[in-house]
Design a binder for this molecule. Structure first.
Ligand SMILES: Nc1ncnc2c1ncn2[C@@H]1O[C@H](COP(=O)(O)OP(=O)(O)O)[C@@H](O)[C@H]1O
Ligand SMILES: C[C@@](O)(CCOP(=O)(O)OP(=O)(O)O)CC(=O)O
Length: 497
Protein backbone atom coordinates (compact mmCIF):
# COMPACT_ATOMS: atom_id res chain seq x y z
CA UNK A 1 0.00 0.00 0.00
CA UNK A 2 1.09 3.59 -0.66
CA UNK A 3 2.72 5.48 2.20
CA UNK A 4 3.33 9.22 2.45
CA UNK A 5 6.82 8.87 0.99
CA UNK A 6 5.68 7.05 -2.17
CA UNK A 7 5.20 8.94 -5.39
CA UNK A 8 1.74 10.48 -5.68
CA UNK A 9 -0.82 9.37 -8.23
CA UNK A 10 -0.96 12.01 -10.97
CA UNK A 11 -3.51 11.96 -13.77
CA UNK A 12 -3.83 14.68 -16.39
CA UNK A 13 -6.64 15.44 -18.83
CA UNK A 14 -6.59 17.81 -21.81
CA UNK A 15 -8.76 20.79 -22.76
CA UNK A 16 -10.84 20.93 -25.96
CA UNK A 17 -11.70 22.95 -29.04
CA UNK A 18 -14.77 22.03 -31.08
CA UNK A 19 -13.64 23.09 -34.57
CA UNK A 20 -16.75 21.79 -36.36
CA UNK A 21 -20.19 20.69 -35.22
CA UNK A 22 -21.22 23.39 -32.74
CA UNK A 23 -24.97 23.00 -31.93
CA UNK A 24 -25.32 20.08 -34.37
CA UNK A 25 -23.42 17.83 -31.96
CA UNK A 26 -26.24 18.26 -29.42
CA UNK A 27 -28.27 15.99 -31.74
CA UNK A 28 -27.09 12.36 -32.10
CA UNK A 29 -27.85 12.51 -35.82
CA UNK A 30 -24.76 14.70 -36.30
CA UNK A 31 -21.12 14.56 -35.24
CA UNK A 32 -18.44 17.13 -34.48
CA UNK A 33 -14.66 17.45 -34.78
CA UNK A 34 -13.12 17.99 -31.36
CA UNK A 35 -9.41 18.69 -30.90
CA UNK A 36 -7.81 18.04 -27.51
CA UNK A 37 -5.17 20.50 -26.37
CA UNK A 38 -1.65 20.12 -25.04
CA UNK A 39 -2.85 22.29 -22.13
CA UNK A 40 -4.02 20.01 -19.36
CA UNK A 41 -5.46 19.74 -15.87
CA UNK A 42 -3.44 17.74 -13.34
CA UNK A 43 -4.76 16.01 -10.23
CA UNK A 44 -2.13 14.91 -7.71
CA UNK A 45 -3.25 12.44 -5.02
CA UNK A 46 -1.29 11.22 -1.99
CA UNK A 47 -1.98 10.11 1.58
CA UNK A 48 -2.68 12.90 4.07
CA UNK A 49 0.14 13.84 6.43
CA UNK A 50 -0.37 13.41 9.29
CA UNK A 51 -2.85 10.62 8.51
CA UNK A 52 -6.38 11.69 9.43
CA UNK A 53 -9.07 9.03 9.25
CA UNK A 54 -11.66 9.39 6.47
CA UNK A 55 -10.67 12.94 5.63
CA UNK A 56 -10.06 14.37 2.18
CA UNK A 57 -8.36 17.69 1.67
CA UNK A 58 -8.55 19.20 -1.82
CA UNK A 59 -6.51 22.26 -2.78
CA UNK A 60 -6.38 24.41 -5.91
CA UNK A 61 -3.19 26.37 -5.17
CA UNK A 62 -3.63 28.71 -8.15
CA UNK A 63 -6.63 30.37 -6.48
CA UNK A 64 -7.45 32.29 -3.34
CA UNK A 65 -9.79 30.69 -0.84
CA UNK A 66 -9.56 27.30 -2.55
CA UNK A 67 -9.01 24.55 -0.01
CA UNK A 68 -11.93 22.26 0.69
CA UNK A 69 -11.96 19.62 3.41
CA UNK A 70 -14.43 16.73 3.42
CA UNK A 71 -15.15 13.86 5.82
CA UNK A 72 -16.41 10.45 4.83
CA UNK A 73 -19.07 8.26 6.39
CA UNK A 74 -19.88 4.76 5.16
CA UNK A 75 -23.06 3.74 6.88
CA UNK A 76 -25.26 2.65 5.20
CA UNK A 77 -23.86 4.20 2.00
CA UNK A 78 -20.77 6.33 1.33
CA UNK A 79 -21.34 10.00 1.96
CA UNK A 80 -18.86 12.85 1.46
CA UNK A 81 -19.56 15.73 3.88
CA UNK A 82 -18.08 19.21 3.30
CA UNK A 83 -16.41 20.52 6.46
CA UNK A 84 -18.37 23.29 8.19
CA UNK A 85 -15.19 25.40 8.28
CA UNK A 86 -14.78 25.45 4.50
CA UNK A 87 -14.88 29.07 3.37
CA UNK A 88 -16.21 28.28 -0.11
CA UNK A 89 -18.00 25.48 -1.93
CA UNK A 90 -16.89 23.56 -4.99
CA UNK A 91 -19.81 21.57 -6.35
CA UNK A 92 -17.70 20.00 -9.12
CA UNK A 93 -15.07 18.70 -6.70
CA UNK A 94 -17.64 17.61 -4.11
CA UNK A 95 -19.71 15.61 -6.61
CA UNK A 96 -16.59 14.06 -8.15
CA UNK A 97 -15.48 12.82 -4.71
CA UNK A 98 -18.95 11.62 -3.74
CA UNK A 99 -19.66 9.55 -6.81
CA UNK A 100 -16.15 8.28 -7.54
CA UNK A 101 -15.71 7.01 -3.99
CA UNK A 102 -19.23 5.52 -4.09
CA UNK A 103 -18.28 3.68 -7.27
CA UNK A 104 -14.96 2.51 -5.84
CA UNK A 105 -16.80 1.15 -2.77
CA UNK A 106 -19.35 -0.58 -4.95
CA UNK A 107 -16.51 -2.25 -6.84
CA UNK A 108 -14.25 -3.12 -3.84
CA UNK A 109 -15.70 -1.93 -0.53
CA UNK A 110 -12.98 -3.25 1.78
CA UNK A 111 -9.88 -2.16 -0.10
CA UNK A 112 -11.38 1.27 -0.82
CA UNK A 113 -12.19 1.83 2.87
CA UNK A 114 -8.72 0.71 3.81
CA UNK A 115 -7.09 3.10 1.31
CA UNK A 116 -9.11 5.94 2.76
CA UNK A 117 -8.49 5.30 6.45
CA UNK A 118 -5.48 7.66 6.60
CA UNK A 119 -7.18 10.27 4.43
CA UNK A 120 -6.24 11.78 1.07
CA UNK A 121 -4.43 14.94 0.10
CA UNK A 122 -5.46 16.11 -3.38
CA UNK A 123 -4.13 19.05 -5.37
CA UNK A 124 -5.59 20.26 -8.65
CA UNK A 125 -3.91 22.61 -11.11
CA UNK A 126 -4.61 23.71 -14.67
CA UNK A 127 -2.15 24.89 -17.32
CA UNK A 128 -2.03 28.68 -17.68
CA UNK A 129 -3.98 28.46 -20.96
CA UNK A 130 -7.22 27.64 -19.13
CA UNK A 131 -7.28 31.12 -17.59
CA UNK A 132 -6.74 34.40 -19.44
CA UNK A 133 -3.14 35.60 -19.08
CA UNK A 134 -3.80 38.94 -20.81
CA UNK A 135 -3.86 41.01 -17.61
CA UNK A 136 -0.61 39.40 -16.44
CA UNK A 137 1.15 40.07 -19.80
CA UNK A 138 -0.06 43.68 -19.73
CA UNK A 139 1.03 44.13 -16.10
CA UNK A 140 4.49 42.76 -16.93
CA UNK A 141 4.63 45.02 -20.00
CA UNK A 142 5.35 42.00 -22.17
CA UNK A 143 4.48 41.80 -25.89
CA UNK A 144 1.42 39.64 -26.64
CA UNK A 145 3.35 36.68 -28.03
CA UNK A 146 3.81 32.96 -27.50
CA UNK A 147 7.32 33.70 -26.24
CA UNK A 148 5.94 35.99 -23.51
CA UNK A 149 3.43 33.30 -22.51
CA UNK A 150 6.27 30.79 -22.24
CA UNK A 151 8.06 33.13 -19.82
CA UNK A 152 5.17 33.00 -17.29
CA UNK A 153 5.80 30.25 -14.69
CA UNK A 154 3.71 27.11 -15.25
CA UNK A 155 0.50 26.79 -13.19
CA UNK A 156 0.84 30.42 -12.25
CA UNK A 157 -1.05 31.79 -9.27
CA UNK A 158 -4.04 33.77 -10.50
CA UNK A 159 -4.45 36.00 -7.45
CA UNK A 160 -8.27 35.70 -7.47
CA UNK A 161 -10.91 33.18 -6.42
CA UNK A 162 -12.21 30.55 -8.83
CA UNK A 163 -15.45 32.42 -9.34
CA UNK A 164 -13.57 35.60 -10.32
CA UNK A 165 -11.12 34.10 -12.82
CA UNK A 166 -11.52 34.76 -16.56
CA UNK A 167 -11.66 31.43 -18.40
CA UNK A 168 -10.51 30.97 -21.99
CA UNK A 169 -13.07 28.35 -23.04
CA UNK A 170 -10.84 25.25 -23.09
CA UNK A 171 -13.33 23.42 -20.87
CA UNK A 172 -11.79 23.73 -17.40
CA UNK A 173 -14.56 21.88 -15.60
CA UNK A 174 -14.56 18.88 -17.98
CA UNK A 175 -10.75 18.55 -17.79
CA UNK A 176 -10.85 19.01 -14.01
CA UNK A 177 -13.58 16.39 -13.48
CA UNK A 178 -11.85 13.94 -15.82
CA UNK A 179 -8.44 14.26 -14.16
CA UNK A 180 -9.92 14.09 -10.64
CA UNK A 181 -12.25 11.15 -11.36
CA UNK A 182 -9.61 9.17 -13.28
CA UNK A 183 -6.95 9.98 -10.68
CA UNK A 184 -9.18 8.70 -7.85
CA UNK A 185 -10.14 5.58 -9.80
CA UNK A 186 -6.45 4.75 -10.29
CA UNK A 187 -5.47 5.67 -6.72
CA UNK A 188 -8.26 3.57 -5.21
CA UNK A 189 -7.45 0.62 -7.50
CA UNK A 190 -10.85 0.64 -9.24
CA UNK A 191 -9.04 0.84 -12.56
CA UNK A 192 -5.51 -0.41 -13.12
CA UNK A 193 -2.43 1.79 -13.40
CA UNK A 194 -2.18 0.68 -17.04
CA UNK A 195 -5.84 1.55 -17.81
CA UNK A 196 -4.95 4.91 -19.28
CA UNK A 197 -2.29 3.49 -21.59
CA UNK A 198 -4.84 1.89 -23.88
CA UNK A 199 -6.71 4.20 -26.24
CA UNK A 200 -10.24 2.90 -25.73
CA UNK A 201 -10.17 0.00 -23.25
CA UNK A 202 -13.09 -0.76 -20.95
CA UNK A 203 -11.49 0.94 -17.93
CA UNK A 204 -11.03 4.18 -19.88
CA UNK A 205 -14.67 3.91 -20.96
CA UNK A 206 -15.74 3.44 -17.33
CA UNK A 207 -13.79 6.60 -16.40
CA UNK A 208 -15.50 8.42 -19.27
CA UNK A 209 -19.02 7.34 -18.33
CA UNK A 210 -18.51 8.27 -14.69
CA UNK A 211 -16.91 11.66 -15.52
CA UNK A 212 -19.64 12.39 -18.05
CA UNK A 213 -22.38 11.70 -15.50
CA UNK A 214 -20.68 13.74 -12.74
CA UNK A 215 -20.06 16.66 -15.10
CA UNK A 216 -23.73 16.71 -16.13
CA UNK A 217 -24.81 16.57 -12.48
CA UNK A 218 -22.44 19.40 -11.48
CA UNK A 219 -23.48 21.58 -14.43
CA UNK A 220 -27.14 20.88 -13.72
CA UNK A 221 -27.68 20.12 -17.40
CA UNK A 222 -26.84 17.50 -19.99
CA UNK A 223 -24.88 19.06 -22.89
CA UNK A 224 -23.51 17.03 -25.76
CA UNK A 225 -20.58 15.87 -23.62
CA UNK A 226 -17.92 16.46 -26.29
CA UNK A 227 -15.75 18.27 -23.71
CA UNK A 228 -15.58 15.32 -21.31
CA UNK A 229 -15.12 12.92 -24.24
CA UNK A 230 -12.11 14.99 -25.44
CA UNK A 231 -10.67 15.07 -21.91
CA UNK A 232 -10.90 11.26 -21.70
CA UNK A 233 -10.22 10.12 -25.30
CA UNK A 234 -8.30 13.02 -26.91
CA UNK A 235 -9.06 14.43 -30.37
CA UNK A 236 -11.85 12.57 -32.18
CA UNK A 237 -15.04 12.76 -34.20
CA UNK A 238 -17.77 12.82 -31.57
CA UNK A 239 -21.37 11.62 -31.70
CA UNK A 240 -23.24 12.19 -28.46
CA UNK A 241 -24.82 9.73 -26.01
CA UNK A 242 -28.52 9.43 -25.27
CA UNK A 243 -29.10 11.27 -21.95
CA UNK A 244 -31.57 8.59 -20.87
CA UNK A 245 -28.63 6.41 -19.83
CA UNK A 246 -27.91 8.67 -16.84
CA UNK A 247 -31.50 9.79 -16.14
CA UNK A 248 -31.85 7.44 -13.11
CA UNK A 249 -28.82 9.13 -11.50
CA UNK A 250 -29.75 12.74 -12.13
CA UNK A 251 -32.07 13.32 -9.13
CA UNK A 252 -31.33 15.68 -6.24
CA UNK A 253 -30.31 12.97 -3.82
CA UNK A 254 -26.52 12.97 -3.81
CA UNK A 255 -26.27 9.50 -2.24
CA UNK A 256 -26.99 6.86 -4.84
CA UNK A 257 -28.21 3.34 -4.25
CA UNK A 258 -25.81 0.59 -5.30
CA UNK A 259 -26.50 0.85 -9.01
CA UNK A 260 -23.84 3.28 -10.13
CA UNK A 261 -21.39 0.64 -11.30
CA UNK A 262 -23.98 -1.07 -13.45
CA UNK A 263 -24.98 2.22 -15.10
CA UNK A 264 -21.50 3.60 -15.76
CA UNK A 265 -19.99 0.25 -16.68
CA UNK A 266 -18.34 -0.02 -20.11
CA UNK A 267 -20.58 -3.07 -20.67
CA UNK A 268 -23.74 -0.96 -20.43
CA UNK A 269 -24.81 -0.80 -24.09
CA UNK A 270 -27.12 2.15 -23.42
CA UNK A 271 -23.98 4.32 -23.65
CA UNK A 272 -24.30 4.89 -27.37
CA UNK A 273 -21.75 7.65 -28.01
CA UNK A 274 -19.31 7.13 -30.88
CA UNK A 275 -15.68 8.11 -30.80
CA UNK A 276 -14.05 7.92 -34.22
CA UNK A 277 -10.27 8.46 -34.41
CA UNK A 278 -9.13 11.85 -35.62
CA UNK A 279 -5.96 13.89 -35.59
CA UNK A 280 -4.96 17.08 -37.39
CA UNK A 281 -2.62 16.45 -40.33
CA UNK A 282 1.15 16.31 -39.72
CA UNK A 283 3.06 19.59 -40.15
CA UNK A 284 -0.02 21.67 -39.38
CA UNK A 285 -0.65 23.61 -36.22
CA UNK A 286 -3.77 24.88 -34.55
CA UNK A 287 -3.49 28.28 -32.89
CA UNK A 288 -6.05 29.47 -30.39
CA UNK A 289 -6.79 32.95 -29.15
CA UNK A 290 -8.65 34.33 -26.24
CA UNK A 291 -10.61 37.40 -27.34
CA UNK A 292 -11.55 39.98 -24.75
CA UNK A 293 -15.31 39.80 -24.93
CA UNK A 294 -17.41 37.10 -23.31
CA UNK A 295 -20.47 35.36 -24.76
CA UNK A 296 -23.29 33.61 -23.00
CA UNK A 297 -23.27 30.07 -24.47
CA UNK A 298 -26.48 28.85 -22.76
CA UNK A 299 -28.49 31.77 -24.21
CA UNK A 300 -27.05 31.06 -27.68
CA UNK A 301 -28.09 27.42 -27.38
CA UNK A 302 -31.62 28.49 -26.36
CA UNK A 303 -31.89 30.84 -29.36
CA UNK A 304 -30.68 28.25 -31.85
CA UNK A 305 -33.02 25.62 -30.40
CA UNK A 306 -36.02 27.98 -30.56
CA UNK A 307 -35.22 28.89 -34.15
CA UNK A 308 -34.87 25.23 -35.09
CA UNK A 309 -38.28 24.52 -33.57
CA UNK A 310 -39.91 27.53 -35.22
CA UNK A 311 -38.48 26.94 -38.70
CA UNK A 312 -37.89 23.18 -38.89
CA UNK A 313 -37.59 22.96 -42.67
CA UNK A 314 -35.17 25.84 -43.08
CA UNK A 315 -33.18 24.64 -40.07
CA UNK A 316 -33.05 21.11 -41.44
CA UNK A 317 -31.73 22.39 -44.77
CA UNK A 318 -29.03 24.49 -43.10
CA UNK A 319 -28.02 21.75 -40.67
CA UNK A 320 -27.82 19.25 -43.51
CA UNK A 321 -25.58 21.63 -45.45
CA UNK A 322 -23.36 22.31 -42.43
CA UNK A 323 -23.12 18.63 -41.61
CA UNK A 324 -22.10 17.80 -45.18
CA UNK A 325 -19.28 20.34 -44.91
CA UNK A 326 -18.27 19.13 -41.43
CA UNK A 327 -18.03 15.52 -42.63
CA UNK A 328 -16.16 16.62 -45.71
CA UNK A 329 -13.69 18.59 -43.57
CA UNK A 330 -13.06 15.56 -41.36
CA UNK A 331 -12.47 13.25 -44.30
CA UNK A 332 -10.30 15.77 -46.17
CA UNK A 333 -8.06 16.28 -43.12
CA UNK A 334 -7.81 12.51 -42.62
CA UNK A 335 -6.93 12.05 -46.32
CA UNK A 336 -4.20 14.67 -45.96
CA UNK A 337 -2.72 12.60 -43.12
CA UNK A 338 -2.80 9.55 -45.41
CA UNK A 339 -0.73 11.42 -47.97
CA UNK A 340 1.84 12.03 -45.25
CA UNK A 341 1.99 8.28 -44.49
CA UNK A 342 2.46 7.52 -48.19
CA UNK A 343 5.43 9.84 -48.66
CA UNK A 344 6.56 11.95 -45.71
CA UNK A 345 9.38 13.67 -47.63
CA UNK A 346 7.29 14.86 -50.55
CA UNK A 347 4.53 15.80 -48.10
CA UNK A 348 6.96 17.93 -46.10
CA UNK A 349 8.18 19.68 -49.22
CA UNK A 350 4.67 20.63 -50.41
CA UNK A 351 3.73 21.87 -46.92
CA UNK A 352 6.84 24.06 -47.00
CA UNK A 353 5.88 25.34 -50.44
CA UNK A 354 2.28 26.26 -49.61
CA UNK A 355 3.26 27.77 -46.26
CA UNK A 356 4.59 30.81 -48.13
CA UNK A 357 1.49 31.28 -50.29
CA UNK A 358 -2.16 32.18 -49.88
CA UNK A 359 -4.61 29.29 -50.57
CA UNK A 360 -5.62 30.70 -53.95
CA UNK A 361 -2.03 30.12 -55.14
CA UNK A 362 -1.63 26.61 -53.73
CA UNK A 363 -2.81 24.81 -56.85
CA UNK A 364 -1.72 27.39 -59.39
CA UNK A 365 1.72 25.99 -60.25
CA UNK A 366 1.41 23.56 -63.20
CA UNK A 367 5.01 22.43 -62.81
CA UNK A 368 4.37 20.69 -59.46
CA UNK A 369 4.63 16.88 -59.65
CA UNK A 370 1.39 14.83 -59.35
CA UNK A 371 1.73 13.81 -55.70
CA UNK A 372 2.45 17.36 -54.57
CA UNK A 373 -0.42 18.69 -56.71
CA UNK A 374 -2.82 16.24 -55.09
CA UNK A 375 -1.73 17.18 -51.57
CA UNK A 376 -1.95 20.90 -52.35
CA UNK A 377 -5.43 20.33 -53.80
CA UNK A 378 -6.55 18.57 -50.59
CA UNK A 379 -5.22 21.43 -48.48
CA UNK A 380 -7.09 23.81 -50.73
CA UNK A 381 -10.26 21.74 -50.35
CA UNK A 382 -9.87 21.92 -46.55
CA UNK A 383 -9.51 25.70 -46.84
CA UNK A 384 -12.67 26.04 -48.96
CA UNK A 385 -14.66 23.79 -46.63
CA UNK A 386 -13.61 25.76 -43.54
CA UNK A 387 -14.69 28.99 -45.24
CA UNK A 388 -18.03 27.44 -46.19
CA UNK A 389 -18.64 26.17 -42.63
CA UNK A 390 -18.00 29.68 -41.34
CA UNK A 391 -20.45 31.12 -43.85
CA UNK A 392 -23.20 28.65 -42.90
CA UNK A 393 -22.63 29.06 -39.14
CA UNK A 394 -22.75 32.82 -39.51
CA UNK A 395 -26.00 32.52 -41.44
CA UNK A 396 -27.47 30.28 -38.75
CA UNK A 397 -26.47 32.91 -36.17
CA UNK A 398 -28.14 35.68 -38.14
CA UNK A 399 -31.33 33.66 -38.58
CA UNK A 400 -31.54 32.60 -34.93
CA UNK A 401 -30.41 35.85 -33.32
CA UNK A 402 -27.34 34.24 -31.67
CA UNK A 403 -24.14 36.12 -32.60
CA UNK A 404 -22.32 32.91 -33.60
CA UNK A 405 -19.82 34.71 -35.84
CA UNK A 406 -20.38 38.40 -35.13
CA UNK A 407 -19.00 40.99 -37.61
CA UNK A 408 -16.00 41.78 -35.39
CA UNK A 409 -14.96 38.12 -35.44
CA UNK A 410 -15.58 37.86 -39.20
CA UNK A 411 -13.17 40.73 -39.74
CA UNK A 412 -10.53 39.18 -37.49
CA UNK A 413 -10.90 35.69 -39.01
CA UNK A 414 -10.83 37.01 -42.58
CA UNK A 415 -7.53 38.71 -41.80
CA UNK A 416 -6.13 35.52 -40.24
CA UNK A 417 -7.27 33.44 -43.21
CA UNK A 418 -5.63 35.86 -45.65
CA UNK A 419 -2.16 35.13 -44.24
CA UNK A 420 0.16 32.94 -46.30
CA UNK A 421 0.17 29.35 -45.10
CA UNK A 422 -3.12 29.61 -43.18
CA UNK A 423 -5.56 26.82 -44.04
CA UNK A 424 -8.61 28.26 -42.28
CA UNK A 425 -10.19 29.05 -38.97
CA UNK A 426 -13.38 29.75 -37.14
CA UNK A 427 -15.13 30.46 -33.86
CA UNK A 428 -14.95 27.36 -31.64
CA UNK A 429 -17.95 25.55 -30.16
CA UNK A 430 -20.96 27.77 -29.72
CA UNK A 431 -19.10 30.72 -31.26
CA UNK A 432 -19.53 34.30 -30.08
CA UNK A 433 -17.00 36.95 -29.24
CA UNK A 434 -14.67 35.14 -26.89
CA UNK A 435 -12.31 32.96 -28.94
CA UNK A 436 -11.01 32.01 -32.38
CA UNK A 437 -9.04 29.07 -33.75
CA UNK A 438 -6.81 29.07 -36.82
CA UNK A 439 -5.23 26.07 -38.57
CA UNK A 440 -1.99 26.69 -40.45
CA UNK A 441 0.94 24.95 -42.06
CA UNK A 442 3.84 24.35 -39.71
CA UNK A 443 6.74 23.28 -41.96
CA UNK A 444 9.75 21.51 -40.48
CA UNK A 445 12.00 24.50 -41.08
CA UNK A 446 11.47 28.10 -42.08
CA UNK A 447 13.51 31.24 -42.32
CA UNK A 448 12.88 33.62 -39.41
CA UNK A 449 9.65 35.59 -39.91
CA UNK A 450 8.46 33.04 -42.45
CA UNK A 451 6.41 30.80 -40.16
CA UNK A 452 2.67 31.11 -40.69
CA UNK A 453 2.34 31.09 -36.90
CA UNK A 454 4.55 34.19 -36.67
CA UNK A 455 2.37 35.99 -39.21
CA UNK A 456 -0.75 35.16 -37.21
CA UNK A 457 0.95 36.06 -33.95
CA UNK A 458 2.02 39.43 -35.43
CA UNK A 459 -1.49 40.11 -36.67
CA UNK A 460 -2.99 39.32 -33.25
CA UNK A 461 -0.47 41.33 -31.26
CA UNK A 462 -1.06 44.42 -33.42
CA UNK A 463 -4.83 44.05 -33.64
CA UNK A 464 -6.50 47.07 -32.15
CA UNK A 465 -10.23 46.45 -32.64
CA UNK A 466 -10.30 43.53 -30.18
CA UNK A 467 -7.78 42.35 -27.61
CA UNK A 468 -6.58 39.08 -29.09
CA UNK A 469 -4.27 36.99 -26.90
CA UNK A 470 -2.75 33.74 -28.16
CA UNK A 471 -2.92 30.57 -26.08
CA UNK A 472 0.19 28.40 -26.00
CA UNK A 473 -1.73 25.16 -26.71
CA UNK A 474 -1.18 22.95 -29.71
CA UNK A 475 -3.04 19.70 -30.39
CA UNK A 476 -2.36 17.04 -27.76
CA UNK A 477 -0.61 14.07 -29.31
CA UNK A 478 -1.16 11.97 -26.18
CA UNK A 479 -4.62 10.49 -26.37
CA UNK A 480 -6.79 12.00 -23.62
CA UNK A 481 -6.43 11.30 -19.91
CA UNK A 482 -3.09 9.81 -18.91
CA UNK A 483 -1.12 8.71 -15.89
CA UNK A 484 1.84 11.03 -15.29
CA UNK A 485 5.12 10.96 -13.42
CA UNK A 486 5.25 14.07 -11.23
CA UNK A 487 8.99 14.51 -11.92
CA UNK A 488 8.38 14.84 -15.66
CA UNK A 489 5.86 17.69 -15.54
CA UNK A 490 7.74 20.98 -15.43
CA UNK A 491 6.61 23.13 -12.51
CA UNK A 492 4.11 20.66 -11.06
CA UNK A 493 5.98 19.91 -7.82
CA UNK A 494 6.54 23.61 -7.27
CA UNK A 495 2.88 24.38 -7.84
CA UNK A 496 1.95 21.95 -5.05
CA UNK A 497 3.68 24.07 -2.38
N1 LIG B 1 -8.43 24.73 -10.80
C1 LIG B 1 -9.63 24.33 -10.37
N2 LIG B 1 -9.76 23.73 -9.16
C2 LIG B 1 -10.95 23.33 -8.70
N3 LIG B 1 -12.10 23.50 -9.37
C3 LIG B 1 -12.04 24.09 -10.58
C4 LIG B 1 -10.82 24.54 -11.14
N4 LIG B 1 -11.07 25.09 -12.36
C5 LIG B 1 -12.42 24.97 -12.56
N5 LIG B 1 -13.00 24.38 -11.49
C6 LIG B 1 -14.42 24.05 -11.29
O1 LIG B 1 -15.10 24.20 -12.52
C7 LIG B 1 -16.10 25.22 -12.39
C8 LIG B 1 -16.19 26.02 -13.69
O2 LIG B 1 -17.04 25.32 -14.51
P1 LIG B 1 -17.71 25.99 -15.81
O3 LIG B 1 -18.26 27.33 -15.44
O4 LIG B 1 -18.58 24.95 -16.43
O5 LIG B 1 -16.40 26.30 -16.67
P2 LIG B 1 -15.86 25.72 -18.02
O6 LIG B 1 -16.72 26.34 -19.10
O7 LIG B 1 -14.41 26.20 -18.09
O8 LIG B 1 -15.94 24.26 -17.97
C9 LIG B 1 -15.62 26.07 -11.22
O9 LIG B 1 -16.69 26.73 -10.59
C10 LIG B 1 -15.01 25.02 -10.30
O10 LIG B 1 -16.01 24.34 -9.56
C1 LIG C 1 -23.20 24.61 -28.58
C2 LIG C 1 -22.48 23.31 -28.23
O1 LIG C 1 -22.67 22.39 -29.29
C3 LIG C 1 -20.97 23.53 -28.15
C4 LIG C 1 -20.51 24.47 -27.07
O2 LIG C 1 -19.11 24.50 -27.13
P1 LIG C 1 -18.22 25.56 -26.34
O3 LIG C 1 -16.79 25.13 -26.55
O4 LIG C 1 -18.56 26.93 -26.82
O5 LIG C 1 -18.73 25.29 -24.89
P2 LIG C 1 -18.41 25.85 -23.45
O6 LIG C 1 -17.20 25.08 -22.96
O7 LIG C 1 -19.64 25.49 -22.69
O8 LIG C 1 -18.15 27.31 -23.60
C5 LIG C 1 -23.03 22.78 -26.90
C6 LIG C 1 -22.61 21.33 -26.60
O9 LIG C 1 -22.17 20.62 -27.49
O10 LIG C 1 -22.81 20.91 -25.43
Amino acid sequence: MMDSTSKPTVVSAPGKVLIAGGYLVLDPAYSGIVISTSSRFYTVIKPLTPPTANTIRVRSPQFRDSTWTYSLSFDPLVKVHPDVNNTSKNKFVHLALQHTIALACEAHQDTTKQLLTGGLDIAIVGDNDFYSQRAQLDALNLPITLESLASIPPFSVQGVTLSEVRKTGLGSSAALITSLVSGLLVHLGTISTTALQEDGGSERKLAHNLAQFIHCLAQGKVGSGFDVAAAVFGSHLYTRFDPRVIAPLMGDNSVQPNSLLQIVSAENTSWDYHIRPFQLPPLTRIMLADVNAGSDTPSFIGKVQEWRKAYPERAYAIWTAIDKQNQSLASTLLRISDYHSQNPLKYASIVKFISTLQPIQWTADPSLPDFETQVAAEFHAAHRTMMEIRRCMKEMGELSGAAIEPPEQTKLLDKCCAQAGVIGGGVPGAGGYDAVWVLMCEPEQCRPDQWPRERVEHLWSHYTELKVTPLSAVESMAKGARLENIDEIVGLKNAMQ
